[in-house]
Design a protein around this ligand. Structure first.
Ligand code: SAM
Length: 253
């Protein structure tokens, strides 16, 4: 079913830097970038540091998450918030190394188009798919169509912090986050996601209490037992953190 459309809605307006990045990339020596995720990421970093800053994961947090991917060797990783595809290229390449797949969800079709172009240039189209839409709507569709079955082994939250908690609870409720899932969340210190951190750091009783206070919205699955560790990083904006949450069990409710 089609949705209401209004031309150039303000909330999606871009200042052009993401498409400018494509012009920058295609002005480089393409033989060095084609099918070479490392060189392509390095070219994107150069653009971001010399021309226009981009909201990519960045080298330090990126390397940290890549190590977790290499240790976990999950069959599937789903990212909420793809932007121009930087993390999808870095983490998709790491997933491909052990035969895993990567799905990147992005609300903005212009960003998704840039991401798809760069993912294709990196030679990762066989491993990484980009789906346009709100993460919540797309995730519901992936689960109901059984394109995603059982629990998502690795989930990466990197969209807007205001919906981290509701999207996590949605997946808990659908049974797509459960025992065995590892959930990573960026920017939990800056800009910060206090309600999300409160939930993933709470005991099951604590989560039941939080749900009682919350009259509306997703209830999630308070019975999931979480172990959460926040690793801090110095970034250009100051201190930030990545939360790693392992679902280690389930208490009967
Ligand atoms: N993961 C990317 C990287 O490190 O290269 C950066 C993602 S950027 C911080 C956040 C992205 O989330 C933006 O491109 C934005 O359009 C997208 N976004 C925001 N809300 C969303 C939602 N509800 N569903 C899907 N994408 C969303």
């Amino acid at each position: 079913m089609s949705k209401p459309f209004s031309p150039k809605p303000t909330k999606y307006a871009l200042d052009g830097r993401e498409t400018d990045l494509l012009h920058y990339i295609y002005a480089q020596d393409l033989s060095a970038l084609t099918n070479n995720p490392t060189n392509l990421l390095s070219a994107i970093n150069t653009y971001s540091t010399t021309t226009n800053p981009l909201m990519n994961i960045g080298p330090a947090k990126g390397a940290y998450i890549e190590e977790l991917i290499n240790a976990q060797k999950a069959s599937l990783m789903i990212e909420l918030g793809g932007y121009i595809g930087y993390s999808a290229i870095q983490f998709g390449a790491a997933m491909r190394a052990h035969g895993g797949k990567y799905i990147s969800l992005e609300i903005n079709p212009e960003m998704a188009a840039v991401a798809n172009q760069l993912i294709s240039l990196a030679g990762l189209s066989d491993t990484v798919s980009v789906i346009v839409g709100t993460a919540a709507e797309t995730l519901r569709g992936l689960v109901s169509s059984k394109q995603v079955e059982g629990v998502i082994p690795m989930l990466f939250l990197d969209h807007w912090q205001s919906v981290y908690l509701s999207d996590l609870k949605l997946l808990e409720g659908l049974g797509a986050v459960g025992v065995g899932s590892v959930v990573l969340a960026d920017n939990v210190i800056f800009p910060g996601a206090p309600d999300y951190l409160e939930w993933v750091q709470a005991s099951c009783d604590g989560k039941r209490g939080l749900n009682l206070k919350e009259k509306e919205g997703e209830k999630g699955d308070a019975g999931l037992v979480y172990e959460t560790h926040v690793t801090e990083f110095e970034t250009q904006f100051g201190k930030d953190g990545v939360a790693v949450t392992k679902v280690v069990g389930r208490e009967a409710i």
